[in-house]
Design a protein around this ligand. Sequence first.
Ligand SMILES: Nc1ncnc2c1ncn2[C@@H]1O[C@H](COP(=O)(O)OP(=O)(O)O)[C@@H](O)[C@H]1O
Ligand SMILES: [Mg+2]
Length: 341
Amino acid sequence: MNVTSKAWVLRGGLVRVPLIQLEQRTSSAVERRPYIWAVASGKGGVGKSFVASNLGMALAKQGKKVVLVDLDLGSANLHTCLGIPSPKTTLSHIIEKNVSNMNDFIVYGHEPNLGLISGASDSLHVANLLHYQKLKIMRNLARIDADYIILDLGAGTNFNTLDFFLFADQGLLVVIPEPTSIENGYRFFKSILTRQLKDLPAKTKKLINQVLTEHKNEKGVARSFAGFLEDMEDLHPAHAHGIHKVLSRFKLNLIVNQVIEPSDTKLGAALSVMFRKYFDTPIYVLGYLYHDSHVLHALRQKQAYYAAFPQSRNATCLERMALEMVEQSASDLVDTVRLES
Ligand SMILES: Nc1ncnc2c1ncn2[C@@H]1O[C@H](COP(=O)(O)OP(=O)(O)O)[C@@H](O)[C@H]1O
Ligand SMILES: [Mg+2]
């Protein structure tokens, strides 16, 4: 399969149909719930909050009701990217108090279709959520009144970040054209795949550990994830089938941010091929965004970049990606209905 194809969007033999038809079919067939996208990166400072906030704005401009949730609890600053003053009600209130309706905590800036649940807090312990607190947030997220929720996650591979990423309907990994970002993006991708395996039956997990321990190359180094999957297929085909099923459930996308050189625009496709080779799992390239000094200008003016520079080439990229997100989400919902019926 071509790695940049959307075969996973069309799993189950679905044929792509015009979006309007998809939306009509989904709205009657399934109970309305927000479709959740999670934005993450292996490395901090690559532009997750920039991407999350501006994709949110581009979706809202298309008439979608969007809520951004700042889950980078240690250094939440999504409100700044939106040009909104630090909100008084934040996730820390939701975590600490007995909140039954997260919708009451949404704050709005200039765009009526775009809400924010801020993570900004000075209370240190909020950065390290306990298991029950994480579950409480997840339960509440699903009840938010919106078409789309975008989760802005902290950098790195801690379990809370991985679990929120996997909780979403689709994940969006942000990388920049720098070796450290690519290396950490690779590590993040591997952690996501490994974390997914925790849901497998105990017998499969035992066999996985066995294969991982025994199957090293001639230098004693563990084989790639794809090599491990190959070994599983040879030795335990039924369990390998279970692994593939779990891995194919989650949809991974990539955005290359801060593109400078023309060759950087091809980085997404190259990474997709590389990830496919090492992990035997597709990753879809949603697009790229240029490095633009106006980003800083907008921040200093306390304005959201997309709103301040609607004619920029990044605005066109954002609009294209937002359209793609809508199309993918609608296809996925129809697909789910089809699988469930
Ligand atoms: N495409 C871009 N062009 C120029 N500056 C950018 C771009 N994307 C992000 N930045 C800047 O890089 C810094 C880090 O971005 P941010 O979104 O806060 O990263 P993260 O959320 O991944 O930590 C910010 O100062 C932001 O304004
Ligand atoms: Mg951030």
